[in-house]
Design a protein around this ligand. Structure first.
Ligand SMILES: C[S@@+](CC[C@H](N)C(=O)[O-])C[C@H]1O[C@@H](n2cnc3c(N)ncnc32)[C@H](O)[C@@H]1O
Length: 270
């Protein structure tokens, strides 16, 4: 099943490859859940799903607790009158100013489906600033939301840094799938802006170290990223699977085209 949000770096198209590598266990932990493509297409008893984007966790929690009531509320924003540049910017401002978290959650879906290319972009002050997308009739993802709602009854959502999420992993019950923002392919490419703050080489290396630490504690951990020298070095003690994938994330072309992908497995050893 497709995720109900458009999300940069979504793993929907390579979910089968990821599933092949993910070891069985009771619970799957995703410290970088994004749109939840792996969560939606795997079958663990339980999930701990985390991301440091509070708007994402906010909408997941409303959908999880309200189901169809929330879906119908979201639908009221998807009208032909609301599909205009003028209304989009009014709603975007409302989204950035409101203290009403339920309204914010519904507006997040509206912005995600009416904004440019599903970009998730914030200003340094933390304001959502993706421009209008000009779609003839933005799709309302009802069936995708229903599926997410049903599956989310087995999940716990937390807004947290990857370090805090990974510290909650328990040997003997958990495996972990980490899909951090991609390491950039060129010095000018800079599309990853899921939230204020960034994810640079220091964070990538911290993640690789934490992964080794979890594996030593007996928790298997699978990571994905671009296939670059830097990533091969960082994951040198892991089992590496490399393949090609066509991607269309960047609007400036810097990251467009064929980019190698790696899956790195640190098997839990104890
Ligand atoms: C490549 S996306 C994950 C995509 C996801 N696997 C999917 O299929 O949709 C990376 C995610 O990491 C989140 N993120 C960025 N920095 C983070 C951090 N320091 N801690 C936790 N999550 C972070 C972003 O908000 C984004 O949702």
């Amino acid at each position: 099943m497709r995720p109900f949000l458009k999300w940069p770096g979504s793993k929907f198209r390579i979910v089968d490859r990821i599933k092949e590598q993910l070891p069985p266990s009771r619970r799957l932990i995703e410290p970088f859940v994004g749109s939840g493509a792996v969560f939606l297409n795997t079958n663990y008893d339980n999930y701990l799903l985390a991301d440091n984007n509070p708007d994402l966790i906010n909408i997941f929690r409303y959908l999880q607790s309200e189901g169809t009531t929330f879906i119908e509320y979201c639908r009221t924003f998807f009208t032909p009158e609301n599909n205009s540049e003028e209304i989009y910017y009014i709603f975007r401002q409302e989204f950035n100013n409101t203290k009403d978290n339920r309204l914010k959650a519904a507006l997040f879906l509206y912005l995600n489906r009416h904004g440019y290319n599903g970009l998730v972009r914030y200003s340094l002050k933390g304001n959502f600033n993706t421009p209008f997308g000009t779609y003839e009739k933005p799709y309302f993802p009802e069936k995708e939301m229903l599926y997410f709602f049903e599956k989310s009854q087995r999940a716990e959502f937390i807004c947290s840094s990857f370090e805090d999420t990974m510290s909650q992993a328990i040997p003997g019950q958990d495996v972990c799938y980490c899909d951090p923002p991609y390491v950039t392919l060129s010095s000018t490419a800079n599309f990853t802006s899921y939230s204020a703050g960034g994810f640079g080489p220091d964070e990538q290396l911290r993640l690789a170290k934490l992964a080794q630490g979890l594996a030593k504690k007996g928790i298997s951990i699978l990571l994905s990223n671009h296939d670059t020298e830097f990533i091969r070095q960082a994951y040198s003690s892991a089992q590496i699977i490399a393949f090609d994938v066509q991607r269309f994330i960047s609007c400036d072309g810097a990251n467009r085209g064929k980019a190698g992908e790696v899956l790195a497995l640190f098997p839990g050893c104890r």
